[in-house]
Design a protein around this ligand. Structure first.
Ligand code: M6R
Length: 577
């Protein structure tokens, strides 16, 4: 995780880097720091909350926004990390897996932090007698694990990429290096992509080398033909509620896709000897929902996997397997690892993404955008429903019924538009008020709503810090029912489908043991103690059933005094394994 930005040129580097860090905050916000030609400033907390930071002008600077891996959230552990002399400053993203071994070899050095990252500055220092460029080459070679770093020394910058993204921006007599284009997009659209196992040295020009061979690599300057979407909160207090409300439009954008592209992915699914959907967290639950949808709609089995586990199953992949990687950010390390595993077997990889220009876009054979627009809150909402819409379209398209799928979804989009009104939100606020003291909550679902029960649990955990657990409704009696007590809140995700009667029976079983049943369903039922009405959406019920939970999680967070946009311990893009 973590965001990196560096600048060298004629503008005030500290300002460029501070602005860049704000754009990179989605990668982590435990602490931030910047090193310029003359000072190092570090703070614990979000840069967005640091108020007016005054740093003397400089022509060179590196900056970092941290998501902690090694070492707690302290000033000492905030980057940049310096060598013993204070001349080399390093910002690092990812993990140095062999840091203990490296640290042992640097026993004469004084370490000031608990981080794995600090080994990089001392490694460079150790080799500095052979020159900065050579020291970078040697240090980069020694690092194991997925990471990237930028080092500053005198008026030079150097950066190395070993599995974590870095991109070089080229302006007029100025250079940028960042984890992602958004950090410098206002300054230049001309970039040079640093590929894996490459490094760059920037003096008066940018020189690229292979880390393995040390040989020079020639690089094309690519002009990015893309406008980052502005993501303002507008009149909303938080990104999260704004993005929940955005679903009034984003569903339409996800549905109204280039039909030939959908048909081509559907054809790939039909032709593959095994389709594997991989994703993490919420995206992983979308993959699981796709498995149910393909079974129900297309009578076809596709496999869904938690991306971090996928490499453990990759033994049976062949060049005829198809991997569909689902990711909002396109930067998730576990998904990138799954893609690597698939590529090693010669399998085809198609990504369903929301962020243009992401690492996954370049790592895949093909990509497909879900068009939810910039999602800033760490908690995924509109990207999730857009992903759900796209996998639903694919299921219908795979049996030649794309128009039927589109019609269903367009109807649902219209219903969601009606549903997201202030009266509905008031009804959810009332429920949040009733639940605000509860620390445990359970969510049950069956069929295509089982993955949504798991997703609902993620929403409540990360947004409202509630110990929420999702279950296949049929599983409760095999153990979790023992947790139900007088008043234990339990959300039942119900649809008008073939498993409705069983769902109601399971809700009744919980109610009989004192549970407080919140029914999310198209119709009310005597099993429900509180009813949140949703449209009758047929095979698209996962989309309508998850939206009230998103809202409930938001209002619970507010009542608990939590910042719904920045859940503790998390980051928007999870770039470590
Ligand atoms: O960017 P990705 O979709 O690959 O992210 C995957 C997960 O990290 C993400 O969905 C996470 O679970 C969210 N915080 C959920 O709201």
């Amino acid at each position: 995780m973590c965001g990196i930005i560096a600048y060298k040129g004629w503008k005030d580097a500290s300002k460029v880097v501070l602005d860049g860090l704000k754009a990179l905050e989605y990668r982590g916000y435990d602490s931030w720091g910047i090193a310029t030609g003359s000072e190092v400033v570090k703070r614990v907390g979000r840069i967005g909350e640091s108020g007016n930071v005054v740093i003397s002008p400089s022509s060179i600077a590196i900056g970092h926004t941290r998501w902690s891996t090694h070492g707690p959230v302290t000033w000492q552990n905030a980057h940049p990390h310096l060598d013993c002399s204070g001349r080399v400053a390093v910002v690092h993203n990812g993990i140095v897996e062999n840091y203990q071994e490296l640290k042992a070899s640097l026993s004469s050095h004084r370490f000031a932090s608990d981080t794995d990252s600090e080994t990089v500055s001392h490694l460079i220092e150790e080799k500095l007698s052979i020159g900065f460029e050579q020291a970078i080459k040697e240090a980069a070679k020694l690092l194991k694990g997925r990471s990237a770093f930028v080092a500053k020394y005198e008026n030079r910058l150097a950066a190395a990429r070993k599995g974590a993204p870095l991109i070089v921006g080229i302006g007029r007599d100025e250079f940028f290096i960042a984890s992602d284009i958004s950090a410098f997009f206002n300054h230049t659209k001309n970039v040079q992509y640093l590929d894996d196992n490459e490094l760059v040295i920037i003096d008066e020009a940018a020189h690229f080398y292979s880390i393995d061979s040390g040989e020079k690599v020639s690089k094309r300057v690519v002009e990015i033909d893309w406008q980052p979407e502005s993501a303002e909160k507008g009149s909303y207090e938080h990104y999260l509620i704004k993005e929940i409300m955005d679903q009034k439009e984003t569903l339409y954008k996800a549905i109204n896709q280039d039909e030939s592209k959908i048909m081509s992915v559907a054809a790939d699914i039909n032709n593959a000897y095994g389709t594997f959907l991989v994703g993490c967290g919420t995206a992983g639950k979308v993959c699981m929902a796709a498995e149910y949808l393909f079974s129900k709609v297309a009578r076809k089995h596709v496999n869904s996997y938690v991306a971090s586990e996928f490499p453990n199953y990759s033994h049976y992949l062949t060049p005829k397997s198809l991997i569909i990687a689902v990711s909002q950010s396109g930067e998730t390390a576990d998904v990138l690892e799954a893609i690597d595993a698939a590529k090693k077997s010669g399998s085809k990889v198609i990504s369903l993404l929301n962020v243009f220009g992401s690492t996954m876009m370049r790592a895949s054979d093909q990509y497909f955008m879900v068009n939810a627009g910039a999602e800033r809150a760490v908690v995924s909402t509109k990207a999730t429903t857009a992903q759900l819409a796209v996998v639903t379209l694919l299921a219908y398209a795979s049996i030649g019924k794309l128009q039927e799928g589109k019609l269903l979804l367009l109807n649902v989009a219209e219903q969601v538009n009606d549903m997201l009104n202030p009266r509905y939100e008031e009804h959810i606020k009332k429920l949040a008020e009733m639940l605000k003291e509860r620390s445990d909550m359970y969510i049950i679902g069956r069929g295509i709503n089982y993955p949504m029960a798991l997703e609902a649990a993620i929403k409540l955990q990360e947004t409202a810090c509630i110990n929420a657990q999702g279950f296949a409704a049929g599983e409760l009696k095999h153990g979790p029912l023992a947790l139900i007590d007088e008043g234990t809140p339990c959300i039942a995700l119900v649809a008008n489908d073939s498993v409705k009667a069983e769902m109601i029976s399971n809700a009744m079983e919980i109610k009989a043991r004192g549970g407080f049943i919140i029914g999310i369903a198209p119709e009310n039922n005597e099993a429900f103690d509180y009813w949140l009405k949703v449209p009758d959406a047929g095979n698209a019920s996962p989309i309508v059933n998850i939206i009230p939970v998103q809202m409930l999680a938001y209002h619970l967070a507010l009542l608990k005094g939590l910042n719904p946009d920045y859940p503790r311990n998390l980051a928007k893009a999870v770039t470590v394994k």
